[in-house]
Ligand binder design. Structure first.
Ligand code: APR
Length: 235
């Protein structure tokens, strides 16, 4: 089965009502990254950080997957699909995708502030300040903060190297190492980008550009890919 690798950013969840980061009115217009999304912020004012993610978790739980999430799930009927997402929402999973790699964590889970490998499901939207992990240390959102390691990046790079088709949806490619994944996709692989404002791409010429919002562009591309009579090269 041909492998499709999809790298998504906040843009794919925008039409589900979740703010992006760097668009007008985006999250980083309302908050300083240094105050809510760094280990230093957590040491300085953990309650503010917890509240920031509690509010975002509430929005995620109230949001629904959109036509783009559902269309990517449909691709699994014909292809071996892996979603690599920078998003911390669970809309890909709720939209039906079965292989999702979260580069920056998953807001519906908490993590030990002592051992990041210890993560737990969060019931409801609120993670309270007095909740602790099995080691007795305070629980924080299971999210990768600026300045922290991205544990899944090597896995994601290997997945990109195996792609037969690569699709990039809704990311400004402003944040590394996630943005660098594009360079792991072999040059001869067909690459698509779906974004109403196509960001700068180092491999500019190698992308088929679909200058649309995700809810228009992704279903369009999926219906085209579903109609392909792809030769299955089984080596
Ligand atoms: N459909 C598709 N793309 C959209 C839509 C839409 N409806 N609306 C906006 N976009 C595009 C924007 O044009 C932009 O290219 O989505 C992208 C959003 O870019 P960012 O806000 O920078 O989000 P993202 O690339 O996911 O940010 C990466 O930065 O702050 C960190 O950890 C955070 O994972 C995040 C990372």
């Amino acid at each position: 089965m041909n492998k499709i690798v999809v790298l998504t950013g906040a843009g794919i969840s925008a039409e589900s009502g979740l703010k992006t980061f760097r668009d007008t009115g985006g999250l980083w217009e309302g908050y300083n990254v240094e105050d809510v999304a760094t280990p230093e912020a957590w040491h300085r004012n953990p309650a503010l950080v917890q509240e920031f993610y509690n509010q975002r978790r509430k929005n995620v739980l109230e949001a629904e997957p959109n036509a783009a999430h559902y269309a990517l799930a449909k691709l699994e009927e014909k292809y071996d699909v892996t979603i690599i997402t920078q998003n911390i929402d669970d809309l890909h999973e709720r939209g039906g995708s079965t292989k999702v790699v979260h580069l920056h964590g998953l807001i519906t889970r908490s993590q030990s502030s002592k051992n990041p490998a210890l993560t737990y499901p969060i019931e409801g939207w609120e993670l309270k300040m007095d909740e602790v992990c099995e080691l007795g240390s305070p629980l924080r959102a299971h999210v990768v903060w600026f300045g922290e390691a991205v544990p899944m990046i090597e896995t994601a790079a290997k997945i990109c190297q195996q792609a037969d088709i690569f699709i990039l949806v809704g990311s400004s490619l402003a944040v590394y190492p996630a943005a660098g994944l594009v360079n792991y996709v072999p040059r001869n692989v067909t690459k698509y980008i779906i974004d109403p404002k196509i960001p700068y791409l180092s491999q500019q010429g190698h992308f088929i550009k679909i200058e649309e919002k995700a809810m228009v562009g992704v279903p369009l591309l999926v219906s085209e890919l579903m109609s392909f009579e792809l030769l299955n090269f089984e080596f």
